[in-house]
Design a protein around this ligand. Structure first.
Ligand SMILES: Cc1cc2nc3c(=O)[nH]c(=O)nc-3n(C[C@H](O)[C@H](O)[C@H](O)COP(=O)(O)OP(=O)(O)OC[C@H]3O[C@@H](n4cnc5c(N)ncnc54)[C@H](O)[C@@H]3O)c2cc1C
Length: 400
């Protein structure tokens, strides 16, 4: 049986980074992954350019950008390995990048640069990588040594790091391995569900909007009530099955099935005021007036819903205009569901942080660590999930 100091399971963002850090600290590290391709999720991330971190992370207030039963858990790791640290690493490897809006940093060329960097860091640490190599069984002996039956023979190590990510995008190798290992060793888990995912709608209520697929516009979207209320000012995209775009992906991580979302489709204008003004001076159809403030396809679809709205604005009653303004600025609708793990960028839930150390990511099962998305910490869209992967991997890799 081959012996290592550490076996890292999962050669994705967190696993490769952790392996490189631990290897460069002198540990004999094996990283293995059942997929034939390395870090495939990193490769497809950020539209192929990997939004690898976000400059706006507020490490003192992680609940602002991270979701989970206890977002405070990520504070320690995030404050010890910051976006500036990862940017410095990118610069050391001469990888060009740029900032898009809201602090989001992307590779200039492709996510392949990021993967090459992670692999170079592993090489610098003398890390052994085996792919494709699945794990059939994992046991802990009475002496606290882990024995793994893998597709390439048996290996043993005193420390095992689970970095197998979430359930999103099974087509590229996502599995529930981490959840199963946690349960095997008696650790608690928070039920998983898709996050950063398009929402779906069906039935008669959706029929007026079914023809709007492809249409995008800036909106304010919100869900929840009172202290649970959360809102985003982002772009909305109509799809064939419902709604997507950054606004909907963000809200999906907070949306509770069966509850409504509310959308202001014209957040930049005071609709009651501009419609009342139009009534005084315009001879145009209401739809044509409305098209100054929302895309014309949307204006047509909305005004087609009531006979009172299908006439010149000057002939519309004050009540009809007020109703239209109210409904456009507070469009309330209940999603039927989500596009599921096939389309979700992340998985909410995961290994319960109550059973993990926030300093080292070691679980209550000594020698067993969990890092990255498999933990019940999920970031907003915009580079937050990768920063959690790097920070949790670094906290773990330096403590092993
Ligand atoms: C389409 C898309 C775009 C995204 N874009 C961004 C972005 O721009 N910015 C951002 O911050 N986040 C983005 N994310 C989220 C981000 O990719 C993940 O949060 C991040 O990759 C998590 O890192 P991880 O190492 O925990 O898991 P992963 O990177 O998913 O790695 C897990 C690894 O474990 C392996 N594995 C799984 N099961 C097993 C098993 N049973 N045995 C062995 N190996 C196994 C998998 O093959 C995989 O290689 C995106 C996600 C998707 C799906």
């Amino acid at each position: 049986m081959q012996s290592f100091d550490v076996v890292v399971i999962g050669a994705g963002a967190a696993g490769l980074f952790c392996a490189g850090v631990a290897g460069q600290r002198g540990l004999k590290v094996l990283v293995l992954d059942h997929s034939p391709k390395v870090a495939e999720k990193v490769r497809i991330s950020g539209g192929g350019r990997a939004n690898f971190t976000n400059r706006d992370i507020d490490v003192r207030q992680p609940h602002k950008h991270f979701v989970g039963q206890n977002p405070q858990f990520c504070r320690s790791a995030l404050s010890r390995y910051t976006p500036a640290d990862f940017i410095a690493l990118m610069e050391k490897h001469h990888i060009p990048f740029h900032e898009k809006h809201k602090g989001q940093l992307f590779c200039d060329r492709s996510a392949g640069d990021l993967i090459d960097m992670l692999l170079t860091e592993c090489e610098a640490g003398g890390v052994t990588r085996r792919q494709p190599c699945g794990v059939k069984d994992i046991r802990c002996t009475a002496e606290g040594v882990y024995e793994l039956d893998t597709d390439q023979g048996q290996v043993q190590a005193r420390k095992v790091v689970i970095a197998t990510g979430g359930l999103s995008i099974p087509a590229i190798g996502a599995t529930d391995f981490g959840f199963r290992v946690a349960k095997q060793f008696g650790l608690r888990t928070v039920d998983p569900r898709p996050g950063l995912v398009p929402l779906t709608f069906d039935g008669a209520g959706w029929a007026p909007y079914a023809g709007l697929a492809g249409l995008a516009l800036p909106v304010i979207i919100e869900t929840g009530l009172k202290k649970d209320r959360i809102s985003f000012h982002e772009d909305l995209l109509f799809t064939h099955r419902g709604l997507s775009g950054p606004a909907v992906l963000q809200i999906s991580s907070y949306w509770q099935p069966g509850t409504p979302i509310r959308i202001n489709l014209a957040p930049e204008v005071d609709l009651p005021a501009v419609l009342a003004d139009a009534k005084q001076r315009s001879r145009k159809l209401l739809a044509n007036e409305l098209a100054q403030w929302v895309p014309s396809r949307l204006a047509d679809a909305w005004t087609a819903q009531e006979p009172d709205w299908q006439r010149p604005v000057a002939e519309c009653s004050d009540k009809a205009l007020a109703r239209l303004a109210e409904r456009l600025s507070r469009w309330e609708l209940v999603p039927t569901g989500t596009e599921g793990y096939k389309k979700a960028e992340v998985t909410l839930g995961g290994v319960d942080t109550r059973d993990l150390s926030q300093q080292t990511m070691e679980s209550k099962q000594p020698g067993l660590y969990f890092i990255g998305e498999v933990v019940d910490i999920t970031g907003w869209l915009g580079g937050y999930n990768f920063q959690w992967a790097w920070a949790s991997a670094h906290a773990c890799g330096t403590s092993l």
